[in-house]
Design a protein around this ligand. Structure first.
Ligand SMILES: Nc1ncnc2c1ncn2[C@@H]1O[C@H](COP(=O)(O)OP(=O)(O)OP(=O)(O)O)[C@@H](O)[C@H]1O
Ligand SMILES: CC(C)(CO)[C@@H](O)C(=O)[O-]
Ligand code: BAL
Length: 282
């Protein structure tokens, strides 16, 4: 596996592959890799001859300086995992390489970002869209792989691809979970043992909401309330939001729309760590 530290090296590497008629798969990450990331890389390796994984803790998408400072950074361990999973090149740029000068670009995703993560992390999706656009321009992938764990991010990137006519296929990969249901996440590494023991409750709350949606007896607001009460019953969990939304528009549902998939998304704090998760009811 090659390690590429500059934008120019990434451009040259992917340009060569394209000239040789190879398909390029891109897996953008912020590192501290786990099985969820590695499954994205393996999927890319099944479908593309060249697989570029990027590791960049992108400062412009963090609204909380402590979250940025404490974000786990393990580049050597990560590099050792990527090669065996089928990654052919790791793009590992510095902040100066990605942002030689402060960017003045601003994205506005309208209603898609006025809810959930966009509402609670002001500026977050501007930073995500900025860095993802840069990665797409530099590597010009045929396919780009993102996890459904970041459900709203997938919707935002899908809109970005459409609006800026990026010539690529967006692959939305299912959420990989620990055996107790906890969604794999780099931030799980920061959970102290007591918080780790309680963390599967987040998925249990989502499962409860999913069952209630499937039963169809309660309106969306009452499903939201019941799942919220289940989670708030554990004092160590601080629920930031739990939202029952249309899976396409991401807007909160006031009544069920037959035939439209529903997403239940949450963010919660546990022992000083902020986690997100979601389930979709087709
Ligand atoms: N459990 C998972 N299953 C599938 N995809 C995942 C999972 N966790 C992360 N991903 C995807 O991997 C890509 C990189 O994510 P990222 O590096 O932010 O990891 P993360 O584990 O989500 O970290 P954190 O949530 O702590 O920021 C994203 O597209 C993300 O959705
Ligand atoms: C897509 C991404 C790598 C952009 O920094 C990040 O938001 C993530 O890891 O999900
Ligand atoms: N996985 C989404 C990136 C973030 O939390 O900033």
């Amino acid at each position: 596996m090659e390690i590429l530290n500059t934008a120019a090296a990434l451009q040259a590497y992917t340009e060569n592959a394209r000239r040789a008629g190879q398909r390029i798969g891109l897996v953008p990450t912020m590192g501290a890799l786990h099985e969820g990331h590695l499954q994205l890389v393996r999927a890319a390796a099944r479908e593309c001859e060249v697989v570029v994984a990027s590791i960049f803790v992108n400062p412009t998408q963090f609204n909380n300086p402590d979250d940025f400072r404490l974000y786990p950074r393990l580049p050597e361990e990560d590099a050792a995992l990527l090669g065996p999973a089928g990654c052919t090149a790791l793009f590992l740029p510095s902040v100066e390489e990605m942002y030689p000068q402060p960017t003045i670009l601003r994205f506005d995703f309208g209603m898609l970002e006025r809810v959930m993560e966009g509402e609670h992390r002001p500026g977050h999706f501007n930073g995500v869209a900025t860095v993802v656009s840069k990665l797409f321009h530099l590597s010009r992938p045929h396919r780009a792989y993102f996890g459904q764990k970041d459900f709203q991010q997938v919707a935002i990137v899908r809109q970005l691809v459409r609006d800026l006519s990026f010539d690529l296929e967006l692959v939305a990969f299912p959420t990989i979970r620990e055996s107790d249901g906890l969604a794999m996440s780099s931030r799980n590494r920061r959970l102290v043992p007591e918080a780790r023991t309680l963390a599967p409750r987040l998925y249990q709350g989502l499962q409860l909401a999913k069952q209630l949606v499937q039963q169809g007896h309660l309106p969306p607001a009452e499903v939201q309330q019941a799942a919220g009460e289940f989670l708030r019953a554990e004092p160590a969990i601080t629920l930031e939001y739990l939202a029952v939304v249309d899976a396409h528009t991401l807007q909160p549902l006031t009544e069920w729309q037959p035939g439209s998939p529903v997403a239940i998304c949450l963010a919660a704090h546990l022992g000083g760590v902020r986690l997100i998760d979601n389930v979709v009811v087709e």
